[in-house]
Design a protein around this ligand. Structure first.
Ligand code: ADP
Ligand code: ADP
Ligand code: MG
Length: 444
């Protein structure tokens, strides 16, 4: 096991990782930007170092500053969390070159899956069903040819897109020209890569994703599914496990496909395969996230498997001590993302000082956060300030527990979305589990 790990992230996920390390007896090094001096992860870690200015590019994306801190502190490994450098193949490679273990898959796997177009083809070759679509499009006339074959509506998607951005829906050939131009220039500006591909827009569908875990000895297990169909602007708001409408037979087929995909990709560590799932029970590969997922806690609750600890264990060379048939799914878990934003004013982000904080508590209630009373949320980063997770024997009970917990959560000083989340939990589609990725926009 590693003696010391540097956490190249901030916020709730940095705190989550520090806690796992402490339980495992591993020392921790936090890095932080000038805007994060008062952050919880800085206080909780054994050592902390400022690595640059408030803008992510100067600190949390600053590879040389992070690597220098790791080497100077004699850290043995770097945990990248999610976002920032978590899916950056160049960073994973630099870690290896500097004798540091990157807690995630190797650089080749990251670049293969990070290229969403290449990932599609790789999965297709591994017999995983993929969404009808095309490879990279070269120019507008190529796009028109392909669009003819795919049919409308379709999506133009950025090869290097992520975080729900870089996706454009078009309904007819008349929209294609303009949409292609804006999609490529926006992708170039946002991801430093203007390349795009196209996919048939499937609807109505659920976003169902499967959690993978693999060690360095070829053992690959799938820890079941999460229904992440509650989305706004392609960004997840609520996640749950299991997906109640899914038959045991379909679940098994998805588990088998996911394990096969993991083997085909020679995957190591924790990863997630995202699928679209239609009403006939067909599923199609959408993308693979080669990192810990924001919503990993719902899987931890229903499997009792600590994903962060297992990421660290397998990265240090330990073998998985359980197999697919040892995995049991117990009860139902739901996560609501708590964002500092105003849901009643077009979800405008909200920053400032937390004047008063009361965190809900009680049996099977978990709040993953880095905020505390008196903390000032800086304007530079993600608006997600916490994740409220509940676990119960049945879905109905989990919904009731979540509503009660949301009601108990008090955050004064900034706007947040807790009461909006409680409203969604009462929406008919949510209650009967039939909700699809487009229901929230319709609900709004
Ligand atoms: P999840 O599927 O776990 O919700 P997301 O894809 O929404 O994960 O991204 C997780 C985090 O990483 C979010 O904070 C998101 O803003 C950020 N992120 C993901 N991909 C990118 C990207 N290409 N550029 C910038 N931020 C990203
Ligand atoms: P990101 O890397 O930003 O997470 P994804 O490819 O996972 O991008 O897509 C984000 C969301 O957009 C999905 O969760 C889904 O709701 C929607 N989406 C993506 N591709 C399609 C598609 N072909 N048809 C319908 N919806 C899609
Ligand atoms: Mg995705």
């Amino acid at each position: 096991m590693f003696l010391k790990i540097l956490i190249a992230n901030r916020g709730e996920i940095a705190v989550r990782i520090i806690r796992a390390c402490r339980e495992m007896g591993v020392s921790t090094v936090a890095v932080f930007s000038e805007a994060d001096r008062e952050s919880l992860h800085v206080n909780l870690a054994d050592e902390s170092y400022c690595i640059g200015g408030p803008l992510s590019k100067d600190s949390y994306l600053n590879m040389s500053a992070i690597l220098s801190a790791a080497v100077a502190t004699k850290s043995e490994a770097i945990h990248p969390g999610y976002g920032f450098l978590a899916e950056n193949a160049a960073f994973a490679k630099l870690c290896a070159e500097n004798g540091l273990a990157f807690i995630g898959p190797d650089a080749e796997t990251i670049s293969l899956m990070g290229d969403k177009d290449m990932a599609r083809r790789t999965m297709g070759d591994a017999d995983v069903p993929i969404i009808p679509g095309c490879d990279l499009v070269k120019d507008v006339s190529h796009a028109k040819n392909e669009a003819e074959k795919i049919g409308f509506p379709l999506l133009i998607k950025a090869r290097s897109g992520g975080g729900g951005r870089g996706i454009r829906l078009i309904h007819s050939m008349a929209e294609l020209d303009q949409a292609y131009q804006t999609a490529t220039s926006e992708a170039a500006a946002a991801f430093g890569d203007g390349a795009v591909y196209m996919e048939k827009y499937l609807h109505p569908v659920k976003h169902i994703e499967m959690q993978l875990l693999a060690d360095h000895f070829g053992n690959v297990v799938c820890l079941g599914e999460r229904d992440c169909s509650t989305q706004r602007k392609n960004q997840k708001l609520i996640e749950e496990s299991p997906a109640e409408i899914m038959s045991a037979d379909t679940r098994q087929r998805m588990i088998d496909a996911t394990v096969n995909a993991g083997i085909a990709a020679k995957y190591r560590g924790a990863g997630t395969i995202e699928y679209l799932y239609d009403q006939a029970g067909n599923f199609y590969f959408m993308e693979m996230n080669t990192r810990l997922q924001v919503e990993h806690p719902v899987t931890e609750m229903v499997t009792l498997i600590d994903l962060v600890k297992w990421q660290i264990r397998v990265a240090s060379g330990m073998k998985l001590d359980f197999t697919q048939k040892d995995i049991e799914f117990k009860g139902h878990a739901i996560e609501c993302r708590i964002n500092a934003e105003n849901p009643y004013q077009n979800f405008q982000p909200s920053w400032g000082k937390i004047e008063m904080l009361h965190i809900p508590n009680g049996p099977w209630i978990r709040f993953d956060t880095a905020i505390y009373q008196g903390y000032t949320i800086p304007p530079f980063y993600d608006p997600m300030i916490g994740k409220l997770i509940v676990h119960a024997k049945t879905r109905d009970e989990a919904i009731r527990k979540m509503k009660a917990a949301l009601c108990e959560l008090i955050i004064e000083g900034v706007m947040h979305n807790a009461s909006f989340q409680a409203d969604i939990l009462s929406a008919e589609e949510f209650v009967n589990s039939t909700y699809t990725t487009d229901y929230l926009e319709a609900y709004l």
